[in-house]
Design a protein around this ligand. Structure first.
Ligand code: MTE
Length: 304
């Protein structure tokens, strides 16, 4: 399957999540010691928030063991295996473009920029699975405000770290790197839009996009760009990786919408990892009260 782009493989060719998880559980129960040495670092002083109260969390093993991070391979288990040695220190994030104060932030500065919050969000992948994840971070707006966007800024373009020496698997991913994503400025400034530095009380595991990734909970998961090194405020809608790779299938907006199907996958339902029966997918992933006003008067079929 090398050379083909698995994001566009039929879902039937991918190991279903529950099969994969039960295999792992069986394996783990046979091992006398933990399969993965826990080289994790706790994050201190995190404020709990009301988001997602009452939702059942997806187990840590699934959140950190079943990933999309094509720089480290296209299989769901590849990122956990191959991202282990990604160097996340030193790390800087450049904020530039249509701003009054372009700046380069050190990751340790970013960690202290705003109070860290835990937010339990639904995480919906365009492939049809979903999770519930206790992310740790703060609103992206806090970072953007530091650079003072000017009146030309209408969109925000994000870029991931890319180093072919640390990411040899990227050569077979079938998409161009560095990975790029984008938001409209009002989406980027929305209080739900999170700059994430951790999950489950600890610093972000490499496979989840260490040391810094985006989470936009009302959009499909691929908007949540990982391992960010550059944020550029711009005038015009920026190019995005999946839209470039396959514009018919992946739009710029990519709001979760059960009524707008992906050409090959219905989006009406989803499988919550760990559950047997599918659930109905919710418009804007259930965050409509907070975000529907951003799209008033827009044809969501046209702007998919
Ligand atoms: N960011 C980068 N740099 N590279 C990627 O391949 N995959 C995206 C997104 N961010 C991706 C990325 C996709 S398709 C999804 S569904 C989410 O990350 C998955 O996030 P998770 O592995 O933390 O669940």
């Amino acid at each position: 399957m090398r050379g083909r782009n698995p994001f566009s493989l039929p879902w039937s060719m991918v190991t279903p999540k529950h099969v994969y998880l039960s295999r792992r559980r069986v394996l783990a129960s046979l091992l006398p010691i933990p399969a993965v040495a826990a080289a994790t670092q706790r994050l201190e002083g995190i404020r709990k928030t009301g988001y997602g109260q009452g939702e059942k969390l997806t187990p840590y093993e699934a959140v950190t063991g079943y990933n999309n991070f094509y720089e480290f391979g296209t299989g769901k288990e590849d990122p956990a295996r191959n991202a282990k040695n990604l160097r996340t220190r030193p790390w800087t994030v450049r904020v530039e473009g249509e701003v009054l104060k372009p700046r380069t932030f050190d990751i340790d500065e970013v960690l202290k920029l705003a109070p860290l919050e835990e937010r339990i969000y639904r995480h919906r992948c365009v492939e049809g699975w979903s999770m519930v994840v206790p992310w740790i971070g703060f609103p992206l707006a806090e970072l953007l405000k530091k650079a003072e966007p000017n009146s030309n800024a209408r969109f925000v373009a994000f870029e991931s770290f890319y180093d072919p020496r640390q990411m040899p698997q990227a050569a077979w991913a079938g998409i161009p790197f560095p990975y790029m994503e984008g938001l409209r400025l009002d989406e980027a400034m929305h209080p739900l839009t999170l700059l994430v530095v951790g999950l489950y009380g600890e610093i972000l595991p490499n496979q989840n996009g260490a040391p810094l990734r985006l989470i936009v909970p009302w959009k499909y998961g691929f908007k949540g760009i990982k391992s960010i090194v550059r944020i550029r405020l711009v005038k015009n809608q920026p190019p995005t990786t999946w839209n470039l790779a396959n514009p018919r299938e992946y739009g710029f907006y990519s709001n979760v919408n059960p009524q707008v199907d992906h050409p090959r996958w219905s989006q009406a339902k989803e499988r919550r990892i760990g559950e047997l029966f599918k659930r109905d997918t919710l418009l804007f992933n259930g965050y409509g009260n907070e975000v529907a006003h951003l799209y008033e008067g827009m044809d969501l079929r046209k702007y998919y």
